[in-house]
Design a protein around this ligand. Structure first.
Ligand code: UT7
Length: 336
């Protein structure tokens, strides 16, 4: 019998807008303070795209970096998945726009909507596709421009969100790879986090007018309680499926929504803070981009070495959650 193919991440990349929106900038826009935002969320600043820019712009940038580090030519891609809740438009899918931009003519392409859990949802699809032998090279992208759906008159949400993209190339690996994925959803909680209508670039002149429902509305407290419960549960289930004990995890990369949620989840899992990667202070919550952006920075900072066991875990709108356990098998092309 043929040996089971194991899928792994071959290369990672990310891209964020240059413009920085600090807590002090927000103090001038709504009734808030750097002190409130820092202590309640851990966020100090976030990146904001220009109104005319679209998600595909950052998705393609992140993708090109990931492909380069994976040593994979775009022409080798079989499939591109873009996880996003802020697509360029409803049709064509953002993944098709990226396919054209990076010149990957052999790749099928579709978008996946699972809010902040989207990257790990897409990773699950990619891993199963590679393991089944259907695909050899899958590009998984998490990209969101949340500033385009943020109401900058609502202090309870506008301090939280930012823009960015992260990408990973998935393919067969000989060592390490993705040991498990675990996805879940509870649609009954959907009303707790909604974007009722959508138009990319809603902050611009062609966008939605206030009151047209094009903004994120959230029951923050409710989502907070859900997150603190579901993050450790999801991570533990993924670890159980992988046959890995929590104490054997080298780095825990949680969805970067709020430092208090991250700390509470790590405490419940019994994981010390030095094993938890945090960059929420720099980018805020970038939804589907959050986990691959954090993974890319962790690699950049040398926080992950070959053979390390890494846990990715996210939660978000839907409500959804997703976790994955992987053993890092190294990028083909070294960084530097
Ligand atoms: O990717 C998934 C997306 N969502 C999340 O992960 C969000 C999960 N939720 C959270 O992170 C937190 O619930 C928030 C950061 C959104 C809010 O923190 P909280 O500690 O739950 O605050 P709260 O909503 O209970 O509000 C406490 C107080 C309220 O004032 P009163 O009623 O006590 O007088 C709010 O009006 O803080 C007030 N408040 C603010 N004050 C200053 C809410 N937002 C702000 C603000 N600046 N930006």
């Amino acid at each position: 019998m043929a040996e089971k193919v194991r899928a792994g991440i071959l290369g990672v990349g990310s891209a964020v807008p240059e413009r920085v929106l600090t807590n002090f900038d927000l103090e001038k826009m709504v009734d808030t303070s750097d002190e409130w935002i820092s202590t309640r969320t851990g966020i100090k600043e976030r990146r904001i795209a220009a109104p005319h820019e679209r998600t595909s712009h950052y998705a393609a940038k992140a993708a090109s970096k990931a492909l380069e580090r994976a040593g994979v030519d775009p022409s080798e891609l079989d499939l591109i998945i873009v996880a996003t809740l802020t697509p360029d438009m409803f049709c064509p899918p953002t993944a098709c726009i990226v396919q054209d931009r990076i010149n990957a003519p052999q790749a099928a392409a579709f978008d996946l909507s699972a809010a902040c859990s989207g990257f790990v949802y897409a990773l699950d699809v990619a891993v199963r596709g590679v393991e089944s032998g259907a695909y050899r090279r899958v590009l998984v992208i998490g990209a969101d421009l949340l500033s385009h759906v943020t109401d900058y008159t609502d202090r309870s949400t506008c301090v939280l969100f930012g823009d960015g993209a992260g990408a990973a190339v998935v393919g067969p690996v000989e060592k390490g790879g993705v040991l498990s994925t675990y996805l879940g959803a509870d649609g009954s909680g959907g009303p707790k986090l909604t974007v009722p209508a959508y138009r990319a670039g809603s902050a611009g002149p062609d966008g939605c007018a206030p009151g047209q429902g094009c903004y994120i509305r959230m029951e923050g407290n409710e989502v907070f309680k859900f997150a603190v419960r579901v993050m450790p549960e999801a991570a533990l289930e993924a670890l159980r499926r992988a046959g890995v004990a929590p104490e054997d995890v080298d780095l825990f990369i949680p969805h970067q929504a709020n430092i208090r949620i991250i700390d509470a989840a790590a405490k419940r899992l019994g994981i010390s803070s030095d094993k938890v990667f945090v960059n929420v202070h720099k980018y805020g919550n970038t939804s589907a981009a959050s986990i691959p952006l954090a993974l890319d920075e962790a690699l950049e900072q040398g926080r992950i070495s070959e053979g390390d066991t890494v846990v990715l875990v996210g939660f978000g709108g839907g409500l959804t959650w997703a976790a994955s356990v992987l053993v890092w098998s190294g990028e083909r092309v070294p960084r530097g």
